[in-house]
Design a protein around this ligand. Structure first.
Ligand code: PLP
Length: 390
């Protein structure tokens, strides 16, 4: 009855944990939510207020299908500041209704059935579904804890075949919170020169780092030689706490933006005008974003210290994003059983590592996107849960 294509989309395991947690909550059970990767902060006031003013001034219409030129210009300046590269606002940007629809646009013009897309394992679960939806095959690149979850370019090279159409990079990574090193980027930039595939760089957590510096990216000017093969996907959901506004963007060579334009015009027309206005205000909110970052850092330190004191668990210190990816292998249970029993017995919701790919088995992702009191309670519940199962 339904199109065959839909069979390629697998459910999000984290949603199963969330749905069970919500059902328990509905039955009066209090749950500590550490499963979903969504900022708990409200969108900064200045963005909301600026947006109200714009609404009052009638910015409620369709915009250019590539997005308001004012926003593209503001983003171009922002990237010039953060990446010291100028991308042309008129031909190299496309504003989309979130990073997720940006993937739809990019893959719909890049992928043919049978193409291969190399993705990190563990990595953001949607990537493999995006690839399958367009008939392409996801190829898993194992990312190992012994490499501090950086990617091993030697292993990556072995996965490249004549069918490789793209490699997706995500730094800092969901779920590991680790940043791809400059050394790895140097090597990848060399590989791109020798091959004929695209680098898709998902930079949605790029500013969400704890060392005071934006995560390195192939969009920097030192890597200019691979910019004709580089697609940057970015968005406002995480760093600016704007998940519900649905706003993202693509930076790509003009020919790729040109090819995607009819897709955007037909399927979306344009990104929501009011969210585009909000994004212009967001780019000026440096103080607000710094405050949120300080809070995440404090939570990160607390969670990781706590996890590392527990018997049977260890966790590398994440350098970015808002996830602690804890190794539970010593406990000898699968990540799904661990998360389900943790939820049922200790009322803490966390995300099984297996949902991020086969190599994520043996890990559990705790999101520190809830207040410190909740986090404290969650960690204490986890501690008593482990005492009971050990
Ligand atoms: C790595 C990564 N990319 C993209 C997204 C989706 O972002 P958006 O809200 O812009 O669609 C997420 C959301 O969790 C993510 O973790």
């Amino acid at each position: 009855m339904f199109a065959k294509r839909i069979e390629s989309i697998r459910p999000f395991i984290v949603m199963e944990v969330l749905e069970k947690a919500l059902e328990m909550e509905h039955n009066g059970i209090d749950i500590i939510h550490m499963e979903i990767g969504e900022p708990d902060f409200e969108t900064p006031k200045r963005i909301v207020e600026g947006c109200f003013t714009d609404l009052g001034q009638g910015k409620t219409h369709y915009t250019h299908s590539l997005g308001m030129l004012e926003l593209r210009e503001a983003l171009s300046k922002y990237k010039e500041k953060t990446r010291s590269t100028r991308f042309d606002p008129k031909t190299q940007f496309m504003i989309t209704g979130g990073t997720s629809p940006a993937f739809f646009n990019v893959f719909s013009v890049l992928l043919n059935p049978g193409d291969e897309v190399i993705i990190a394992d563990p990595g953001y679960p949607c990537y493999q579904n995006f690839a399958r939806f367009f008939g392409a095959k996801p190829i898993y690149l194992p990312i190992m804890e012994e490499d501090k979850f950086d990617l091993d370019v030697g292993v990556l090279k072995k996965l490249i075949s004549p069918k490789t159409k793209a490699i997706i990079l995500n730094s800092p990574s969901n779920p590991t919170g680790q940043i791809i090193s400059r050394e790895s980027l140097d090597e990848i930039s060399m590989i791109v020169k020798e091959n004929d595939f695209w680098i898709i760089s998902d930079e949605i957590y790029a500013e969400l780092t704890y060392n005071g510096e934006i995560a390195p990216s192939l969009s920097e000017k030192d890597y200019k030689s691979c910019h004709n093969r580089l697609v940057v996907l970015d968005g406002f959901s995480k760093f600016w706490a704007m998940t519900g506004w649905r706003l993202g963007y693509v930076i790509a060579p003009p020919n790729l933006i040109g090819a995607m334009t009819p897709v955007q015009q037909n399927f979306s027309i344009c990104a929501p005008s009011i969210s585009q206005s909000a994004a212009i205000h967001a780019l000026t909110c440096t103080e607000e974003t710094k405050n949120m970052l300080d809070v995440y850092k404090d939570r990160r330190d607390y969670v990781v210290n706590f996890l590392n004191k527990l018997k049977g668990i260890n966790c590398l210190v994440p350098n970015g994003a808002f996830y602690a990816f804890a190794n539970i292998k010593e406990l000898g249970i699968s990540s799904i059983s661990f998360c389900m029993t943790l939820l049922e017995n200790a009322r803490v919701a966390a995300c099984p590592g297996a949902s991020f790919g086969p190599n994520g088995e043996g890990y559990v992702r705790f999101s520190y996107t809830t207040g410190k009191n909740n986090i404290r309670k969650g960690m204490e519940r986890l501690e008593s849960f482990l005492e009971n199962i050990n």
